[in-house]
Design a protein around this ligand. Structure first.
Ligand SMILES: Cc1cc2nc3c(=O)[nH]c(=O)nc-3n(C[C@H](O)[C@H](O)[C@H](O)COP(=O)(O)OP(=O)(O)OC[C@H]3O[C@@H](n4cnc5c(N)ncnc54)[C@H](O)[C@@H]3O)c2cc1C
Length: 420
């Protein structure tokens, strides 16, 4: 009987994956994050501004007052929250023929932003994780259970020489460098539909866990001893996996088909005119606009507006990024006046065209809150040491950053029950 070191594979380095790693590190449980993109953060995405201290959020910006867990985490990491700027009048743009209308006395719900940008959350968490345990630019293609370990086939985008940053040797097939990594526990922190569509052996047929079961297939118990696994046979595993595949397919990824536009300015000219920067439009392309500025007491500042592009994904695809940006700028001028055209930098991110976040179903659907119930599969998943951990899998606040924190914490609690 061999004693093996507990080791957790985390596929996906968004907030849920990174927070899972952060908590595991606190409990001295070894892990490796495998992230397909060259940076951590997933939907949390911040672009540089003229000020090195501030980023423009092209993913999530807001934390709501009832979301206590993320607020505690922000504070524990030494970050601070600022209220969304909303002093002054809002503007309502009803149709293209009428002048946009000023609306006073709108009291928007209190919302907070992380000072400096939401990516600070990821960088602060990552500072507490050994860089050696993070493998970037590496996509997990499939995972196969051999009865003892999860065999994850990974594909590295970066290393034509066939070696990954951490020195792992790889096979090169058709210009792709692939290798297999073994984990005792597997946390999949990628969006449900991405799991169903991309993370499989057979890409076209959705989620396919390739598993091999033998009569004497060993499993690892909490004391690290190998024993035959009971209660699971190929048929029952097939049934679970089929059920999961259907559920994942039906679960939308929150905000996956959205696009955000942002623009920076030398000065907050809208504030100087008694405007909050908040605007709502039936004309478009931006449906909703808000102030995205940061400033501190030392005069360090970035002044910005951001908006959600209200055009559906299929129509956005017919225009170039330049055309969309120009249409957004011209709308801002029609709402806030000619000063809106005196911009510094412009930013645009279409999440619908990000294949690691959105799939074709997300692209076609309007925003829908996710809900996925894995209660009936939980016992078998526990036995398999397989966990699903993006925000969409959370029992509450699913889709939000709060949900990502909650689901990561629950996942780690389950892992600790087995490894401690
Ligand atoms: C435009 C926009 C605005 C939003 N606004 C808010 C807001 O104001 N407040 C709020 O609370 N939430 C908001 N959200 C939602 C918020 O971003 C998410 O709840 C949160 O970031 C989810 O984190 P996650 O780790 O669960 O998933 P993700 O961030 O989706 O992370 C999944 C990770 O898995 C990786 N991955 C996928 N497939 C593979 C693979 N095969 N191999 C390796 N890696 C893979 C991806 O690259 C990604 O990094 C917004 C989202 C968007 C897009």
């Amino acid at each position: 009987m061999k004693k093996i070191q507990p080791k957790v594979g985390i596929i996906g380095g968004g907030l849920a994956g990174v927070y899972t790693a952060y908590l595991l590190a606190q409990h001295n449980v070894t892990f490796e994050i495998i992230e397909a993109k060259p940076i951590l953060g997933g939907r949390i995405c911040g672009e540089d501004t003229n000020s090195p201290d501030y980023k423009i959020d092209l993913g999530p910006s807001w934390i709501f007052p009832h979301q206590q867990e993320i607020q505690k985490l922000v504070s524990n990491l030494g970050l601070r929250l600022v209220e969304q700027y909303s002093s002054g009048d809002a503007i309502f743009q009803r149709n293209a023929k009428e002048q946009p209308e000023k609306v006073s006395g709108i009291a928007p719900p209190t919302m907070y932003r992380i000072f400096g940008g939401t990516t600070r959350l990821i960088t602060s968490l990552a500072q507490n994780i050994n860089e050696q345990n993070t493998t970037l630019s590496t996509k997990a293609n499939s995972f196969q259970y051999d009865g003892q370990y999860w065999n994850v086939e990974i594909e590295n985008n970066n290393s034509p020489c066939g070696l990954q940053g951490n020195g792992r040797s790889t096979d090169i097939h058709d210009d792709l460098s692939t290798s297999t990594v073994l984990f005792e526990h597997l946390v999949i922190a990628a969006p449900p539909r991405v799991i169903a569509h991309k993370l499989s052996f057979r890409q076209t047929s959705g989620l396919t866990f390739k598993h091999q079961w033998g009569e004497n297939t060993p499993s690892i118990h909490s004391d690290g001893q190998s024993e035959p696994m009971s209660g699971l046979n190929t048929n029952s595993v097939d049934t679970i996996l089929e059920a999961l595949s259907k559920k994942f397919e039906q679960t939308p990824t929150w905000m996956a088909a959205q696009a955000k536009f942002a623009v920076t300015y030398k000065a907050p000219f809208w504030r100087e005119h008694g405007l909050s920067g908040q605007a709502f439009s039936h004309v478009g392309p931006l449906g909703e606009i808000h102030d995205a500025s940061f400033e501190d007491n030392d005069g360090n500042s970035v002044f910005a507006l951001f908006g959600f592009v209200g055009i559906p994904f299929v129509h956005r695809q017919q225009a170039s990024i330049e055309q969309i940006k120009n249409a957004c700028l011209s709308q801002l001028s029609s709402i806030f006046g000619p000063k809106a055209s005196e911009h510094q930098q412009t930013y645009y991110k279409d999440w619908g065209s990000d294949p690691l976040i959105a799939n074709s179903l997300d692209q076609k659907q309007g925003p829908m809150h996710p809900h996925i119930d894995l209660v009936s599969e939980q016992a078998q998943l526990k036995q398999l040491k397989l966990y699903f951990a993006t925000s969409e899998f959370s029992e509450s606040e699913a889709g939000y950053m709060e949900g990502a924190i909650l689901t990561a914490r629950q996942t780690v609690e389950k892992i600790l029950l087995t490894v401690k």
